[in-house]
Design a protein around this ligand. Structure first.
Ligand code: FAD
Ligand code: DHB
Length: 391
């Protein structure tokens, strides 16, 4: 089989890249090792930056976001006895949208299907070959057990942190920056209307908590736990008690309403950047090249920004044989990656308990500053609501 772009991974990066290329008449094939149902069922991100929403709207994917997503003007930052609202629209003229990654995945899969683009789900042993040549190819075993080979002009590695693409870049060429944090998030999804109109990020001596949501009837909540914490230690009652304490139930009459928990998982937290994001005819995008801790809600948005840059670069390469944007793709994408890596690290270290009393006082001082100084608040708002894709 032959195609222009062999895309490994059907996460948001791979699916959106395929859609953006299709809009420009460029054919691609997606290889995904999980089933379509598994990919659709994964519960992950929930916040889209304004530039992500604008891009999705421009390429015909805005209708359901418009109808079912929730625009939020800002977030609440809180610590015991204090809750402050940061209004991003007032501060930087941009809002964010609550729209589950599962919903975006549904939209992207539907768009690919209606465009007749090919995808192989449950593809095993996906292996990259000859990425340093003009004739790269990928081999895999399809869902029926048949060995397959796809020849392409370029390979897009959109296969997340555990995929084979980033490992295909020779060790002598790659460089890795990494920080593993001494905490994790316990995330729950609950069938209960959110107890807040906008997200609450809460600093608390027991650990960080976040109240997010998916819709008017579904809440998404997170608690800081230790990375080795066993989910079996967290009964639903214990989770709701911890959330109530950390989110300030009872303060100034605010109440957290508990409800049936439908999903629970523990997520480790790390920052990770691998460079370069292009080697030969392999281009990395999204979590395949970088991971951020979730506190700044950046991972999904970075994946979207990467493939926006990459699709533009590939269109220019294929249409005009102009390799300038492909050559600068890694540097262009990494400028934004490092900005978001810094912001995610900053939000994470401002809000999580590390067990050090001196650090705790610095965190509280920082929180007071970003909630009382327009300059401090504007910096947070500019980064959270998102910088332009080409930043
Ligand atoms: P992925 O979504 O990981 O997709 C990679 C795909 O490649 C997967 O489908 C995988 O199955 C496939 N793959 C892996 N190995 C192979 C292989 N060998 N062969 C073929 N295919 C393979 N980000 C935000 O912006 N905002 C948020 O609010 C937010 N919250 C989050 C909450 C949680 C609980 C989690 C886990 C993440 C959150 N993120 C958030 C991060 C966001 O979900 C990721 O950054 C995003 O999914 C990255 O997209 P991707 O397409 O690069 O990678
Ligand atoms: C969600 C996840 C985040 O990491 C975040 O910072 C805000 C919201 C969410 O899943 O809704």
């Amino acid at each position: 089989m032959r195609t222009r772009v062999a895309i490994i991974g059907a996460g948001p990066a791979g699916l959106l890249l395929s859609h953006l290329l299709d809009q420009e008449g460029i054919e691609s094939v997606i290889l995904e090792n999980r089933s379509e149902e598994y990919v659709l069922g994964r519960i992950r991100a929930g916040v889209l930056e304004s530039s992500s929403v604008e891009l999705l709207g421009e390429v015909g994917l805005g209708d359901r976001i418009e109808a079912e997503g929730q625009p939020h003007r800002g977030i609440y930052l809180q610590w015991p006895q204090e809750r402050h609202h940061l209004d991003f629209v007032d501060l930087v003229g941009r809002s964010v949208w609550i729209y589950g990654q599962t919903e975006l995945t549904k939209d992207l899969m539907a768009a690919r299907k209606s465009a007749g683009q090919q995808a192989f789900y449950e593809a095993a042993a996906v292996t990259l070959h000859d990425i340093e040549t003009e004739h790269p190819y990928v081999t895999f075993i399809d869902a029926g057990g048949t060995p397959q080979r796809i020849d392409a002009d370029v390979i897009a590695g959109c296969d997340g942190f555990h995929g084979p693409s980033r490992q295909a870049i020779p060790a002598a060429v790659q460089r890795i920056w990494e920080r593993v944090y001494p905490y994790a998030w316990l995330g729950v999804l609950a069938d209960v209307p959110p107890s807040t109109d906008e997200l609450i990020y809460a600093w608390h001596p027991d650990g960080f908590a976040l109240h997010s949501m998916r819709s008017e009837t579904v809440s998404r909540l997170y608690l800081q736990v230790t990375p080795d914490d066993d989910i079996a230690n967290w009964s639903d009652d214990r989770i709701w008690d911890a959330l109530a304490a950390r989110l300030g139930h009872g303060q100034d009459g605010w109440k957290l309403t508990p409800g049936p928990i439908t999903d629970k998982s523990v997520l480790p937290m790390r920052s990770y950047v691998q460079t370069p994001m292009r080697h030969g005819n392999l281009f990395l995008a999204g979590d395949a090249a970088h991971i951020v801790p979730p506190t700044g809600a950046k991972g999904l948005n970075l994946a979207i920004a990467d493939v926006s840059l990459l699709s533009t670069a590939l269109v220019s390469l294929f249409r005009s044989r102009d390799s300038a944007l492909a050559d600068s793709y890694s540097d262009d994408a990494l400028r934004r990656v490092w900005r978001c890596t810094h912001f995610s690290w900053w939000m994470t270290t401002m809000l999580h308990q590390g067990g050090d009393d001196f650090d705790a006082q610095l965190q509280l001082s920082q929180l007071r500053w970003v909630t009382s100084s327009e300059a401090g608040a504007t910096g947070l708002a500019e980064n959270y609501a998102g910088l332009p894709i080409g930043f």
